[in-house]
Design a protein around this ligand. Structure first.
Ligand SMILES: [Zn+2]
Length: 240
């Protein structure tokens, strides 16, 4: 049975009710499956959530979250008796970790927005929004001598965007309609997950990650480094 991904509809929810569809040992790990979840499974360059799944008498500490074949795998260990199938549980994710991951992820799209507004025809590729050195890669040609000036322009543009009071908005639509809102729609979108875009004001991105409610929640974003000159360039950033 596939797991309903609650963060797809409400990216700010930190808790939810659910019931246990099964609990089993898999590859030497304890895995809990639920009918629905707020836990974000790693993907799209965003790390997984951690947290707790509990009943009144027992709890399961979630250390890792993955997605496979339509199901979310909550991986961790029990403190107390294992859950029974069909049992009602409450889920609570680690708020601090999620907020940081969300800000880092949205920071990457703020960079995309600035690139777009400055009229650079770069094509976004891989995004890595982990705390240990986030970056976005683009297909672009950018001579080394321009790196400093481009960095300054991007920093200024991102700061400007953050002053506009922009909110994010979720819309579900088939892939064919996404190009109406999104400048770049990747060939490949994850199978089995709801087909969703996130609008940063007018700027749409096909994305299944979690995003801030209003852009100002990101804090501020600055470019750390631009690497590469032709083909794939990597723009590293940090948030404050
Ligand atoms: Zn994204």
């Amino acid at each position: 049975m596939s797991t309903k991904l609650l963060y797809m509809e409400d990216m700010q929810a930190l808790t939810c009710d659910a019931y246990v569809t099964r609990s089993e040992r898999k590859d030497d790990k304890q895995v809990v499956y639920l009918d629905q979840t707020v836990f974000y499974p790693q993907g799209g360059g965003q790390p997984f959530d951690t947290g707790v799944i509990a009943t009144d008498y027992t709890k399961f500490v979630v250390e890792e979250v993955r997605y496979a074949d339509g199901e979310v795998l909550h991986i961790g260990h029990y403190e107390g008796q294992p859950f029974m199938q069909g049992e009602d549980v409450t889920c609570a994710i680690n708020e601090e970790r999620r907020r940081l991951n969300t800000r880092l992820h949205s920071g990457g799209h703020l960079l995309d927005m600035a690139v777009n507004e400055l009229g650079y025809s770069w094509i976004p590729g891989k995004g890595y929004h982990f705390p240990d050195g986030p970056y976005v890669e683009y297909q672009a040609d950018l001579g080394e001598e321009t790196h400093e000036a481009v960095t300054e322009k991007l920093n200024r543009q991102m700061a400007d965007i953050l002053t506009r009071g922009i909110q994010t908005e979720i819309r579900f639509m088939p892939k064919e309609e996404m190009s109406t809102y999104c400048r770049h729609v990747p060939e490949y979108l994850p199978a089995g997950k709801p087909s969703r875009i996130v609008l940063y004001g007018e700027f749409g991105v096909p994305c299944g990650g979690t995003h801030v409610a209003k852009l100002a929640d990101i804090g501020s974003v600055t470019i750390r480094k631009i690497k590469g000159q032709t083909g794939t360039i990597r723009v590293s950033y940090e948030i404050q």
